[in-house]
Design a protein around this ligand. Sequence first.
Ligand SMILES: [Zn+2]
Length: 585
Amino acid sequence: MRSMSAVPADKNKRGFSMAVSYKPQLNYLDFRDLTEQIQFQSTEGKIWFGEQRMLLMHLNALAAFRREMVNSMGVERAKGFFLRLGYQSGIRDAELARKLRPHCSELDIFLAGPQLHSLKGMVKVVPLEIDIDQDTGEFYGKLEWIDSFEVEICQTELGPMDQPACWALLGYACAYTSSFMGREIIFREISCRGCGDEKCVIEGKPAEQWEDAEEFSRYFKADPIMEELYDLQAQLSSLRISLKKQQGQYYGIGQSASYNKVCKMIDKAAQGKVSVLLLGETGVGKEVIARSVHLRSERADSPFVAVNCAAIPPDLIEAELFGVEKGAYTGANQSREGRFERANGGTIFLDEVVELTPRAQATLLRVLQEGELERVGDNRTRKVNVRVIAATNESLEQAVEAGRFRADLFYRLNVFPVKIPPLRERVEDLPLLVEHFLGKFHSEYDKQTLGLSDKALALCMSYGWPGNIRELENVIERGVILTDNNESISEESLFAVSPLVNASPPADCVDTGGKVTCSQSGGGPKDWFEHILGNGISLEEVEETLMRSALERANQNVSKAARLLGLTRPALAYRLKKSGILAET
Ligand SMILES: [Zn+2]
């Protein structure tokens, strides 16, 4: 059991009461690993904390907002909103703490939560007593909150409350600790300056150890008003979906102007009988569009058959498309119908149509002109009524010029060409598509991630997507697989190798003293090795510099420096000796 308990009377030099029976490895007041996560991308209008986008906002504004909420919906409801507000950021910070301190003791990892509360300017947290055992799930915590921003709101805007007032802070503590422990931990404010007590003190333990746990947990469930709204919303969207299905209007997902234009074209094409030619890069969703043409047409109740012409060996394609009679060639042991006969009355989708052999092209032309075909090895003519939707990602005109594609067939197919834009020309649809694929893979893998981190989404928005929607689908699937429940999907879990996106603008960092430092020439995490390689700096020099900086940061404490570098103390000591640094110190 890791524990840290305190005798309140025992003041130590850090200015808060903490008699420690188990010492955290890290100095509680030294959390530069957290401070360093803050980046000001001022020219871009963004502040980052790790991979999450943050806001600097006025406490006054939040105070006014809180007063308005209390006045318009009452204390209980407002309290619920603020508890849930804190809850959301607690979950995210627990994730960050685990990532940033993988090699630390569980107590040091846990303390990142209180430290983050201080770092964000919300409250100074003084741990009085903490018992953690992640293995058994035991938890007890008692902490004091000094200078809570919520108490300040009471003092400036709301006046004294008749119950504890540090709502968002409490929601944060509950979420952070529950996520950290992997079980429901509830904190209560046992005294609060916001309601006239001398101090704000919170106590936390597993939910089942509180008598009124169930009642309290209700605050974390969405508000009844919201639930009703969500219910209505859900009903509305399911009605919309069924309506769309009824009308066969499912085109896939998108709301961008360029995609809407395509949808309008498809609307027009669907009603008629003409062949449709879908043009566009690989992965843009041609089959989805072809299916929607079918669903919107009078043929919706008849079969829709999709064929990728490039996936079928050339010597089999005729038999596959148009059928074969027994004995037509060695191996044709029985007669069978082709895809065109199977699609009779409905629609056939021929993807990569340019791959058809000359003989298959001739038969296809006959189907389009006469509505009839003969199976391979047969001399009986069969009538078929099939609408053809063809697709290609290379220019058919060029194939005609090169003599690979019949000109007369091209004119037949090209009656109604529709160009589907690549994903990079409709990035505004990307968040919708991401949501769609997240939903799909969450249910496929029975998982629930927190979705893309803000940075991961920003990367997706600026990436070129040469493989289009299919590539996006694969990337999201990878992200869902690599991300644990209740964690957000990071850039690294989306892309094995980070794609080169337009060099990101310089970001300012907060130094350990809390000052904003200007970065030099980008200075992003991806640029450092460019800098090293470009300037002919040797591996030895890099190692030496790293070790010197780690020592400096650790106040020449070798054990601490070793931890910073992810090494054992002996391993670092050996390297220090070898490079002659240790002799100097
Ligand atoms: Zn309080």
